[in-house]
Every structure is written in C-alpha cells, then in structure tokens.
Design a protein around this ligand. Structure first.
Ligand SMILES: Cc1ncc(COP(=O)(O)O)c(C=O)c1O
Length: 502
C-alpha cells in the first residue's frame, strides 16, 4: 500500500498497517486512518510517509509533473469497472449481451418526465446577459430560485438568502472547491466510512486534502441501535487518533441521506454531530444530494437547513445538486448554501473554472421555480418508480437469502455478500466483483467506499425494469454458482482496481 509523501506533495500520510504497504495498485486513499477509530487502549499505529513521488510515478508519462502523474494515476486506477462497462454497454437491441450497470448511482427512471418538462417552450431563452461573463456566484435570478427552492423543499424555518448561494457544475466540484478554500495542504476532513469513495479524489486532486475515516461496523453493539451507526464517541475517537498522529483535522463531511448506506440522520443525531463539530471548531460540509430521493413515506428526512438553530452557522456549509434528485448527472448543476460570506466568495472565485453556462442557469431556474410540476408530477412519480424498483430488487435479494441494508432513501441497497467470500479478504471481494463483471453485471464493491469489512457491495436499483430483471438474473447466476468461473489472470489476483462508485 503506498502512501504519498507529505513533504513533497502534501499528499496523505496515513495510519496504515506496514504489512499492507505493497505497491501502487493496492492503494487509493486507502484508509487515511484505517485504524483511526480504534479503542483507546489500542496502540496507535505508526505514521507513514513513504517514498518519493517522482520515483513512485516514474513509470508514467514523462511529460507530466509529479502532481500530474498522481492525478493521472487516480484516473488510471479509479474506474476500471466503469470503463469496461462503457466499452461493452448493454443495449436491448444493439448489444443484448453487454454489461448491465448496477454500479453507477444514477436515476434512470424518469427520463420521460424530464424530457417533456425540459422541452417546453419556457426553457429556452437567449439574451445577451446569458452569453456574457456572469456573476461567478451564479446569475442572481438563479440564486433567488435556488434560495426559494431550498427554503421550500428543505423546510427552512425562515426564507433562505440568495446572497448565501453559489452555483457551480456539480457537487464533485463543490467538494474540491470547499476543501481548497477551507484547508491548508495536507490537512484533513473526518468522514464516516463507508462513504461515497470519489470524495477522496474530489478533495485531494486540487486541494491536497486528506480524509480521516471514522470506521463504522455492521455489528450492532450496546451503544448502537443499527448497523454502521455513526456516534459522537466514534467521531471523538477518530479525531483524537488523527490529532495524536499530527494530522490537523479541519472539518467533518456528512452525507445525508448517506451513500452507500441509504441512512438518514435524525434531527437529534444531526444536532449532536454539529455540536461535536462546534466543540472542536470544525467546519461541516453537509452533502444533501439525495434529499428528495427519499421514497418511503415513513422515513422522516430532515435537511440540516430545517433545523431551528445551527450550532455554528459560520462553519456549516450545505451542498445540493440536480444530479441525483432530478436524475440529471450529465447536466452538471450543484449549489452551496453557506452563511459564511468569505467561504461563499472564495468558492465563487473558483467558479471561474467550475461555472455554469448562462443557458443552463436559465433552464435550471425555470425548473426549480416550477413547484407545481416538481411536487405534483415529478416527485410523486419518481418516488413511486423508485419504490417499485426497490421492492423488486429487495424481493430478489430476500429470495436469494441475502442480507441487506436499505432504509428507503437513495438509489442503492447495501448488500452483505460476506458469506460468498471463501476468506474475509479484499482480494476475495475483488474476485467476486470480477465474477459479476465477467457475467456482464457491474456492481460496486465495498472497498471502493472504504468499508473496512470485506464482502459488502452496493447495488443500484434505479433503472428500468427490463435492465434490472436481466441484471438480477446475472447476479443470481453468479451467487448460485451457475456462472462460468472466468479465468482470472494472475496479475489481477493481487492488483486492486476499483469499481464505479458515483
Ligand atoms: C453523496 C454524493 N455526493 C456527490 C456526488 C457527486 O455529485 P455531482 O454529480 O453533482 O458532482 C455523488 C455522486 O454519486 C454522491 O453520491
């Protein structure tokens, strides 16, 4: 497991097990504190800063800087499954034996509704201001709509202020921008794990910011009420562990609803996590990108913006995007809401590189202002379709006797396939993942989310019935041992690569 040296690159120095330091292929933000959530009586692992980036990456293109090589390495190692999928994508007519993608978190259920709405006459407007340099925070007409939209759908106690809104091209950019403006090189954010793994690169590639995992367990102890539960004690322990290793923690990332667990934090839990952050003067980035994708009515989701009182408003930054809730991950729209004007201004300054076209800003404003369509047409239908797809996939899993976690939010089910691993190792997890891929179904494996227990997979269900049925048939075939065991080249047996984990 390699660790990027801190001195030269400001890259993560991690608390890793020396036995696992084997080489490039097996890393990728691995752990950044694998053992940080340890018990107080356990010995702290050593702090590592291994190697020289120039040497580590010298086999790569000589045209790149050392930073460029690291950035390219992330690309090369990151999304093997996704690239394989794109070379052999399933198509009912043209490629019926192609790969079914149950790995990428996209909602493919409502294209018809979106297409109809986005094709209406009110969507196209061409005027000089839309073709000229904008206010980098976003046009005022859009920020006003975003503020109204968030006030209404997040149920904020008072109307939100458009001056606290910045718009840009997606949540990934927002992570990158916030990390860069909030932290010095080499500083860190706490993040409960498993988590949407791409955040590792979002905060690292430009900002050189590290993540300290707060590892959560599937096992329910006396202090927990459900598997993978986040508690303040676990946050405190991870923070202490990082501090004791000289890692400066600047913030906490909360994803609510959570990806990949589908968990929802209660208002009381949210309040506790925010109080914890305040006590330690940590910024909190709250990613609410799935806030309108809560499809079970009994789940009482509450946005952080709905809280009567934020413990530390100047350090609380809320993120939302159209990628998930509006099934438009290709449109690239994201927004920040923060009362901290310096943070908003600094992020806006980076919007020169992450801004939105004026025409898209216009379209988004039109969409967000149409509460009638959103509340009466889109959301009820979207939720009904998500629920039906979820019911089908969870039924299949039950039929197969497979345990899983899913709490009525998001597009995915967190599936426990540990019993299918001959040994509880990430190598075996990878082999199982490959067997799925060889049988033309793409899933995401737990290691991509920094899950510390091998054998968990994320299965995305927000797709059309015919693809889901075929995908689940293929999953079943593999799990029932009816698949052809593909020859696994020796090089693949130890090398780690990653599944798609958007
Ligand atoms: C929790 C979470 N945040 C952010 C993103 C990225 O969002 P965007 O497509 O807006 O960059 C994803 C994508 O999967 C996600 O799951």
């Amino acid at each position: 497991m390699f660790t990027l040296p801190q001195k030269e690159s400001g890259a993560p120095t991690t608390c890793l097990d020396p036995a696992s330091t084997q080489g490039l292929g097996s890393n990728y933000g691995d752990g950044l504190g694998r053992d940080c959530a340890r018990k107080p009586d356990q010995k702290l692992p050593k702090l590592y800063g291994v190697g020289d980036p120039i040497a580590t990456f010298s086999s790569d293109s000589s045209h790149l800087s050392s930073r460029g090589r690291i950035i390219k390495w992330f690309w090369d190692s990151a999304e093997e499954g996704y690239r394989t999928y794109h070379m052999d994508e399933y198509d009912e007519d043209k490629n019926p034996n192609g790969i079914i993608n149950l790995g990428t978190s996209e909602n493919k259920l409502c294209f018809d509704l979106l297409c109809r709405r986005l094709s209406q006459n009110d969507m196209l407007q061409v005027e000089p201001s839309l073709l000229q340099y904008p206010d980098w925070r976003g046009h005022l007409f859009l920020r006003e709509e975003v503020a109204r939209f968030l006030s209404f759908y997040c149920k904020s106690p008072a109307p939100l202020n458009p001056e606290n809104v910045v718009v840009l091209n997606g949540c990934a950019s927002l992570f990158s921008a916030l990390a860069t403006v909030l932290c010095e090189v080499g500083e860190a954010f706490l993040i409960p794990a498993p988590y949407y793994g791409a955040i590792t690169q979002h905060v690292y590639l430009y900002g050189n910011i590290r993540l300290v995992c707060v590892y959560l367990d599937s096992e329910v102890t006396d202090l927990d009420s459900h598997p993978f539960q986040l508690t303040v004690e676990k946050l405190e322990m991870a923070l202490q562990g990082a501090n004791s290793e000289g890692v400066k923690v600047k913030g906490l990332i909360l994803i609510n609803p959570q990806n990949p667990l589908g968990d929802i934090y209660s208002p009381e839990e949210l309040q506790e996590y925010l109080e914890f952050a305040k006590r330690h003067e940590l910024h909190v980035m709250v990613d609410e990108v799935y806030m309108l994708s809560v499809f079970e009515e009994f789940v009482g989701y509450r946005s952080v913006l709905s809280l009567e009182r934020l413990p530390d408003p100047q350090r609380t930054h809320v993120m939302w995007a159209a990628s998930k809730d509006f099934g438009m991950s290709g449109l690239r729209f994201g927004t920040l809401y923060t009362e901290n004007r310096d943070v908003a201004t600094a992020v806006a300054s980076l919007c020169r590189y992450h801004g939105l076209s004026g025409l898209v800003q216009y379209q988004m404003a039109q969409l967000l202002r149409d509460h009638d369509w959103i509340s009466q047409v889109y959301l009820p239908e979207n939720h009904a379709r998500l629920k039906a797809a979820h019911t089908y996939v969870s039924g299949e899993l039950r039929d197969l006797g497979i345990p899983f976690l899913s709490r009525g939010a998001g597009f995915f089910i967190w599936v426990d396939l540990r019993k299918y691993l001959p040994e509880a190792t990430f190598e075996e997890e990878m082999l199982l993942w490959r067997r799925f891929l060889d049988n033309k179904v793409l899933l995401s494996f737990g290691k991509a989310f920094e899950c510390k227990e091998p054998g968990w997979f994320r299965l995305v269900f927000s797709d059309k019935a015919h693809r889901l049925h075929l995908g689940m048939q293929r999953v079943r075939r593999v799990l029932e041992g009816k698949s052809q065991m593909a020859e696994v080249p020796p090089s693949c047996q130890t090398q780690e690569s990653r599944g798609q984990h958007s």
